[in-house]
Design a protein around this ligand. Structure first.
Ligand code: NCD
Length: 317
């Protein structure tokens, strides 16, 4: 059996590996912040990015992460690739594999695309988002942002992998409540976060109109105003209009009137507010809250580069 590791879902990494990954990500962050060059574990390594869905943050974040580690990027232009001429994804994969890349980062509208690809290649596959299924590096950067706020000191004390519990390893995070708000049923970000955050002992509450909720055993609510007062973290999600077959809400304005994260909704709760981007301003989160110091949306973007550097280093080097 091949010992190549992939990152298709958050459950591909053990809790112990995630803690080590976060230590490394924070080391990278310090170096990046002080403009100190990092070591170059990806020198002479080639990483292919192939994104069949649009992306601003994730693609540039991965590419910057590869460059920061000294690696080379080959970005496959999907509009010009042979997949658009009818080649199957497994044939595209076999051809990419024949170029001997050191990793392939893929985003695809179909759930399972990365998993499927991993059967056809001899290098790590990193899932940059597959349909509504999974977006593991987004959930990892979200959790790192939460830990940085509530449990940084405790994280730093967890150095010895043997002592790290597989469930709820950080007391400062365990029992913290997070509201995941919006189009949960269509969100790969929500899916990955539900697995990861519950593994770290957080209580996840899904807040959405009924047609945006999946079948779940988690607590649910359609009353953001009430829930916002009792949580430590609010994670707002974009309405995934591209994944809707039909318009299933009156209008985005109606939706926003109940689910937009506003100053009034947050009140003086000292919680933090997250969003994976792209934000629909004044529909997901209003302008004022985005400017508030409780909003960690840009911190998430910074952490994204560092988490991806640590993941690439772990999987490739
Ligand atoms: C998310 C995605 O593409 O899954 N964005 C991201 O990766 N930063 C969320 C979204 O598109 O709404």
């Amino acid at each position: 059996m091949s010992d190549i590791r992939h990152l298709i879902r958050t459950s591909d990494f053990s809790t112990q590996e995630i803690i080590t990954l976060f230590h490394n990500a924070l080391d990278y962050k310090q170096l990046l912040m002080s403009k100190t060059p990092t070591h170059q574990p990806l020198k002479h390594k080639n990483v292919i990015t192939i994104f069949f869905e649009n992306s601003t943050r994730t693609l540039s974040s991965f590419e910057l992460a590869v460059k920061n580690l000294g690696g080379d990027i080959l970005r496959l232009d999907v509009s010009r690739s042979s997949t658009s001429k009818g080649e199957t994804i497994s044939d595209t994969a076999a051809n990419l594999n024949a170029m001997n890349p050191d990793a392939i980062i893929i985003r695809h509208r179909n759930a399972g695309a990365g998993y499927y690809l991993s059967a056809h290649v001899n290098c790590p596959i990193i899932n940059g988002g597959d349909g509504a299924h999974s977006h593991p590096t987004q959930a990892l950067l979200d959790l790192l942002t939460i830990i940085e706020h509530f449990g940084l000191e405790e994280l730093q004390t967890l150095k010895n992998a043997d002592t790290i519990a597989p469930f709820a390893p950080l007391d400062s995070i365990k029992g913290k409540k997070i509201a995941i708000v919006g189009d949960v049923v269509n969100s790969r970000v929500a899916n990955s976060n539900i697995e990861l955050l519950t593994r770290f002992g957080m209580e996840v509450i899904l807040v959405a109109p009924p047609h945006f909720l999946p079948q779940t055993s988690l607590r649910t609510s359609d009353n953001l105003k009430a829930i916002a007062q009792e949580v430590d973290v609010i994670m707002s999600l974009r309405t995934q209009t591209e994944r809707h077959d039909q318009v299933i809400y009156g209008s985005l304005k109606d939706y926003a009137s109940r689910f937009c994260v506003t100053k009034e909704i947050v009140g003086d709760n000292p919680c933090i507010i997250l969003h994976p981007g792209p934000v629909h301003r004044n529909i997901d989160i209003d302008d004022e809250v985005l400017k508030d110091s409780r909003s960690k949306v840009l911190e998430q973007v910074t952490n994204g580069v560092c988490v991806r550097m640590a993941a690439l280093d772990f999987l490739i080097a």
